[in-house]
Write a new protein. Sequence first.
Length: 378
Amino acid sequence: MKNKYILIIGAVVSFLTVCIVFWPEQKSSPAPVVPANVPSPLPAVAPAPVQPPTAMAQPQPASFSNAPISTQRQFENMSNRERNAILAEIANQDLASIFHAWLDAGRVEHDPMKQGSLATTLAGAVQVRAPDPTFLNQVQTFIADGANSTMERSQLLGVLGEAATKESLDVLLQETTVLSDPNLKYQTMKEIIAVGEGAQYGDGKIHEELSLALEQVWKESQNQVLLPSVAMAMAAIGTQNGIELLVSSAVTTGSSNGVRKQAAQNALANATILNPHAIPPLVARLSNQDPTSATSKLASDTLARMGTKEATLALIVWIRTAEATAAPLAHSYVINAKNPVDIWDAAINSSLPFRSEQNREAIRTGLVEYRASRRFGP
């Protein structure tokens, strides 16, 4: 009996052992047994969807900051220090590189504030460096090309006017003969005047260079649209030869030179003249002239308008030696004086001789009116 129980227990244990061993394999289907001589079929695989070709990234234009264009900050979002640092870095490059940086600021970076600032940078660079003919030809061609935007061409004309050099003036004078756009042509005339005004603070060499170029145009050109701008520029520069040419044209008689005469008179009456070299040819026109003559009045009016100390002293010397008919002019010049009237105060000192005491009295009454009109002023 005991042996019978032992056999039963042994059978149960064997059964449980088999179940434990084979239980994990029951969780997944057993792989089918394939006879060795029968090839197994390849499983069917669905084809992968065809992806559209990825577009190749286009190369970004080079940036002077070496940053991707997409991350460029606009100038209006920068501090003055940041803007000035960028401009200073570009200013150290050659003229052609500055020109291209200016162009990229508008066309690539779409930053009008940066482009305008770089226009000023380019003008300053042209002013202190001698542009080579290749660069000047590139600028001239760009302005003349109607395919370029009017804004860019206009801005580049402004660069030439602000530079106020012999080279920039030559380009402007050439552009007057090739530009067909009336607005750009008009701006070119304005920039020629700007060259003259910008040269007022240059050295004597700059004065002479620019005036000689303008004087040649004044003598040779028949362009009635150009002559008034040339006259204004010559007057603003104010060299002795330039002023002499203008005065001669302004007092000429006859109708054959009417446009030139009118342009000269307008320039002497409206241009700001600071150059002391402009004084001698004006004083020369006052000598031995009736104060009421057209020539004398043109010269004295121009000296009065200059308003500089040297010009005022020259005017006073003339009034002291002039006839009494100069008294109304003296009175007018005092009450409209641009400079401090101390110079006129000294002129009526009793120790200084006057050819006509009426002229001395005209200065005295003019001083009283001058001070009375400004007593309650700013």
